[in-house]
Design a binder for this molecule. Structure first.
Ligand code: FPP
Length: 247
């Protein structure tokens, strides 16, 4: 009996927490505190990302979106940007087997045409090689910004209207969402930001209209399975009303 109710509880939890999005902040401070270069913090941050992905699989989360590189990050020192690009290459080259082993589908959102051709090619191949995996969708936001996403959706909507495919009177929240880079993903249930700041920094905007927000001072390289679990526990203390009144 108890076993049955536990299973039911697990199912309810899985249905309510499908999509988690994370702003992985604090890599730079983590390395500076250790007297090391910022790139080392990003490398450590990558190790954390791997652990968190594994935990998300274990917890049966359906979608995990990670903010890896914002459009504004191009303003950082060249050496740091190069370190991050190398890390992306490394990840795309070496992690595909692992993704397949865990049945994870990789998806990259953002303005990919900004990256050099070789990196674009790696992204294309990695997405293709994991396309049929039916487990966790690992959605990496790279050269992404929430405002860019809304603008690119708007441009494509205008094109559809001009071509006569879409009637301007029929544009609603539902079909607008279909033009965003996250069109095939369910809305974000929980946003986690590490590193102490309490802001969204042009991450997903439209998609987090009704998300629960969780902020922690822990720097991303120090984030781990138990702190991730704390964020998940926090989510289940919230009553999501979506504009309705208390039950
Ligand atoms: C923000 O910390 C972090 C980033 C801009 C990069 C995040 C990238 C990774 C964790 C590695 C790549 C991950 C994948 C999944 C390929 P910050 O540098 O702004 O830290 P600070 O606020 O302490 O300076």
């Amino acid at each position: 009996m108890l076993h049955k109710s536990l299973l039911k509880n697990k199912k309810i939890q899985e249905e309510n927490l499908r999509h988690i999005a994370i702003i992985m902040d604090g890599n730079g401070r983590w390395s500076e505190r250790k007297g090391k270069i910022r790139t080392l913090g990003h490398k450590e941050g990558f190790k954390t990302a791997k652990k968190i992905v594994k935990f998300a699989v274990k917890r049966n989360i359906k979608i995990l979106t990670l903010y890896a590189f914002s459009k504004e990050n191009w303003k950082r020192p060249k050496i740091e940007i190069m370190g991050l690009m190398e890390l992306f290459f490394f990840a795309l080259k070496n992690e595909i087997n692992n993704l397949n082993k865990y049945n994870i589908r990789l998806k990259i959102i953002g303005e990919k045409s900004f990256f050099n051709k070789k990196l674009q090619n790696y992204i294309y191949k990695a997405e293709k090689k994991t396309l049929k995996n039916s487990g966790l969708i690992l959605n990496i936001a790279a050269n992404y910004s929430g405002r860019w996403d809304i603008i690119q959706a708007t441009k494509r909507i205008i094109q559809a209207v001009q071509k006569g495919i879409l009637d301007i009177k029929k544009i609603q929240e539902q079909n607008f969402s279909q033009y965003l880079s996250t069109s095939e993903l369910s809305p974000v249930d929980l946003v986690i930001r590490t590193g102490g700041e309490k802001r969204i920094s042009n991450f997903l905007l439209w998609q987090i209209a009704y998300s629960e927000l969780y902020f922690t001072d822990i720097l991303w390289p120090d984030f781990n399975q138990s702190t991730f679990q704390e964020a998940i526990d926090y989510f289940f203390t919230r009553e999501r009303r979506f504009g309705r009144i208390k039950k």
